[in-house]
Design a protein around this ligand. Structure first.
Ligand SMILES: [Zn+2]
Length: 276
């Protein structure tokens, strides 16, 4: 689906419109044939929802689309169900980006009704996704937290680690949040040094992925091992090691995630060339 973003106050015209309805981090989806977004205008289901907030997001395939927050008492319309955003990532990749934007804009709007500096009531400004304090002028834009993630390679091996924060036992590439004042490259060198005690070189940009849990942007790199011995940060890393492309651990990140794309890139780059 093709999404064109717009600031929340841009007035939409026309009906029907796609509604991205969230209760907490659960998205209302139609599950009759496959996972799709409900179109308001099909029956009267959307009139019953009593939205807590409703923000214009832009257009999706030419139709206006709205981010809508509802409370616990919102009825579940027939043929629809609540879907966790992480499940949506694997069930309907084409909806993930717009759903990720919707929940982040809803969270931002809810959490910035009052100024963080002077406590004044904020208001939106036409033409931008921003809330402004009329008393002191503070502007609150949706916050995005950049995080770096990297495939670190040593010859024909890749570094994978089992991190304490993972809910189940699996191995992935290293990642960490960027701190104020840091470049992405500095952040990556620091994270790798802190987590596994080694130095890296030849950092190259790989790609990026919005990750709305709750408001990250994953920025992917490839890098090469430079020097040092693996020395794990016990507080964060349970296990880490070097793995050959044909001897990867059984449990690695699911397809579509940038972590998995980095691992797939490594496997592909180490494949022997086809003989003529
Ligand atoms: Zn203020």
């Amino acid at each position: 689906m093709h999404f064109i973003p717009a600031p929340p106050l841009t007035q939409s015209t026309g009906s029907p419109s796609y509604w991205l309805v969230f209760y907490r981090d659960l998205l209302l989806v139609s599950t009759v044939d496959r996972v799709t977004l409900p179109l308001a205008g099909d029956g009267g289901w959307f009139l019953e929802l009593n939205p807590l907030r409703r923000l214009y997001l832009g257009t999706l395939d030419g139709c206006p689309c709205l981010a809508v927050e509802v409370g616990q008492d919102a009825p579940l319309p027939p043929g629809m169900s609540w879907m966790d955003l992480r499940r949506l990532f694997f069930a309907a990749e084409n909806l993930f980006a717009v759903a990720g934007r919707a929940i982040q804009v809803l969270n931002w709007d809810r959490n910035h009704q009052y100024c963080g500096h002077c406590g004044g009531k904020t208001s939106p400004r036409e033409g931008e996704t921003v809330r402004v304090c009329p008393d002191c002028g503070l502007e609150a834009y949706p916050r995005i937290s950049p995080a770096v993630i990297a495939a670190i390679v040593r010859g024909d091996e890749i570094l994978l680690a089992y991190n304490r924060t993972f809910k189940t036992r699996f191995y992935s590439v290293l990642a960490g949040f960027v701190e104020p004042g840091e470049s992405l490259e500095d952040c990556l060198r620091r994270e790798v040094r802190e987590e596994v005690g080694i130095e890296i070189k030849n950092i190259r940009y790989f790609g990026s992925q919005p990750w709305p849990f709750p408001n990250s942007l994953m920025i992917g790199f490839t890098a090469e091992y430079d020097r040092g011995k693996l020395k794990l940060d016990d507080g964060e890393i349970i296990e880490a090691g070097w793995f050959k492309a044909d001897r990867l651990p059984d449990q690695i990140p699911g397809r579509l995630s940038i972590a998995r794309r980095l691992i797939d890139w490594f496997v592909e780059s180490r494949r022997p060339p086809d003989r003529p």
